[in-house]
Design a protein around this ligand. Structure first.
Ligand SMILES: Cc1cc2nc3c(=O)[nH]c(=O)nc-3n(C[C@H](O)[C@H](O)[C@H](O)COP(=O)(O)OP(=O)(O)OC[C@H]3O[C@@H](n4cnc5c(N)ncnc54)[C@H](O)[C@@H]3O)c2cc1C
Length: 394
């Protein structure tokens, strides 16, 4: 090891969940590090070029997600170009907004800096150090060489449950459909488009020459249901680009007005590897009040569909000193689809940061944290009508 550092809380992976976790923990006075293998925070939301911040509401006019999910939603457009339509209720729309991934990176840098988070970019987590079942340190590699980061509590926000996996916790994998993902210049919007039935597009309305349009290929064919591996990631990325090349070649002379501007720097796999937790959100839980629930959330796929996430879904079932946040929490099937999106990743990130801070303050592991302590903190940042029953009944 060429270096060794020590923190109260180490947040592993700087996607939306990791940023949220690190900010929540640092704002509560903890010495917090955020370890991110790329150069930019935001994960799929920025490096993955996802540009739709899905809804904070239930589709029936009720906002369910407050705190950092809303703060980050508004910050995502601090440097342009979109704006949340504050009349979403009156217009019977959902509380969601598009954003430019690059603007979002700038805003996330700023919120991390303001909160006092120690950010380590270009630093990849390569291993773990355990004492029995307790996580004591993560091993990392960056331009300084190999090092160890010790902490009293860790958050796994790698999106793929890398830390829990390396620590030997059981993990689950999911099947994925092929997606081609790119930001394109479209000189004359509409005119040069490949037929819309083939490509679902989320567009950022940008004035000027780059009318950045997200291009997804909903081939909906299952690409693979094999467990996450280095080979799968490579094959998925190369196959997506191969199909994109094929389709761009069909444009012929139009390529002067329509061409790719940016390609994702993170593989666009939606559901990869998640922890097996002390509780798991499953399809049967839709619409139910769950014990130890930390949040309610509206389903982006349909109005009026509401879910809750119980705190133990953030706790790996066999590792102490570690919380999961974001798309790698313990969820299955349709429930996983509902909880893996940006606003919910921001919420589970925020809750994991709060729980980590409370645990560190009391010298407890997150698994031993009394739920009423967490519920009290959540009461302070959530209006009563949006709180899950479990947080009210303490
Ligand atoms: C094609 C596609 C389209 C989507 N569309 C939408 C949409 O329109 N709206 C929406 O709200 N959601 C959408 N989603 C889902 C959403 O973008 C993600 O699920 C969400 O952003 C996940 O956030 P996260 O922080 O949990 O994980 P991630 O964004 O995956 O972040 C994980 C971070 O950890 C880092 N990391 C990973 N491993 C290591 C390691 N070993 N060491 C150090 N760092 C590491 C990564 O670099 C990354 O920055 C989409 C997802 C995909 C794939």
């Amino acid at each position: 090891m060429t270096f060794r550092k020590n923190y109260d809380i180490a947040v592993c992976g700087g996607g939306i969940a990791g940023v949220s976790a690190a900010v929540a923990a640092a704002r509560r006075g903890c010495r917090t590090v955020l370890i991110e293998k790329t150069l930019q925070p935001g994960g799929l939301a920025t490096n993955g070029l996802v540009l739709v911040y899905l809804p904070l509401c239930d589709g029936r006019g009720n906002q369910l997600l407050f705190g950092l999910p809303e703060e980050l939603m508004r910050l995502a457009n601090k440097y342009g170009p979109c704006r949340l339509d504050e009349n979403w209720r009156e217009k019977n729309e959902r509380m969601q907004v598009n954003f430019s991934p690059a603007s979002c990176v700038l805003a996330l840098d700023e919120v991390l800096e303001d909160a006092g988070v120690d950010v380590w970019l270009d630093t990849v987590i390569t291993g773990v150090k355990m004492e029995n079942r307790r996580l004591k340190a993560v091993e990392v590699f960056n331009k300084s060489g190999f090092g160890a980061i010790e902490a009293k509590c860790f958050v796994d926000s790698t999106g793929d449950a890398d830390v829990a996996f390396l620590a030997g916790n059981a993990c689950r994998n999911s099947a994925n459909a092929m997606v081609l993902w790119a930001l394109e210049h479209r000189g004359e919007p509409g005119k040069d488009d490949i037929p819309q039935d083939e490509y679902a597009a989320g567009a950022i309305p940008v004035a000027g020459s780059i009318s950045a349009a997200m291009r997804a290929d909903p081939l909906k064919k299952l690409f693979s249901d094999e467990p996450l591996s280095g080979q799968l990631v490579t094959r998925f990325a190369l196959e997506g680009r191969r199909r994109y090349r094929r389709d761009l070649a069909r444009l012929g002379a139009k390529k002067t007005s329509r061409f790719p501007v940016a390609l994702p720097g993170q593989v666009p796999l939606r559901r990869t590897r998640a922890i097996a937790g002390r509780m798991t959100v499953t399809d049967e839980d839709e619409g139910k009040s769950l014990p130890k629930a930390i949040t309610r959330l509206g389903d982006w796929r349909g109005r009026g569909r509401v879910w809750e996430i119980p705190y133990p879904a953030l706790l790996p079932d066999n590792v102490e000193g570690l919380l999961a946040a974001g798309r790698c929490i313990s969820a299955l099937g349709s429930a996983w689809e509902a909880v893996r999106v940006i606003p919910v990743a921001a919420k589970t990130g925020e809750v994991s940061g709060i729980a980590a801070a409370l645990s560190v303050r009391r010298n407890l592991t997150p698994g031993a944290l009394p739920f009423p302590l967490l519920a009290k903190e959540l009461q302070a940042i959530t209006p009563p009508e949006a709180l899950p029953r479990a947080c009210k009944e303490i």
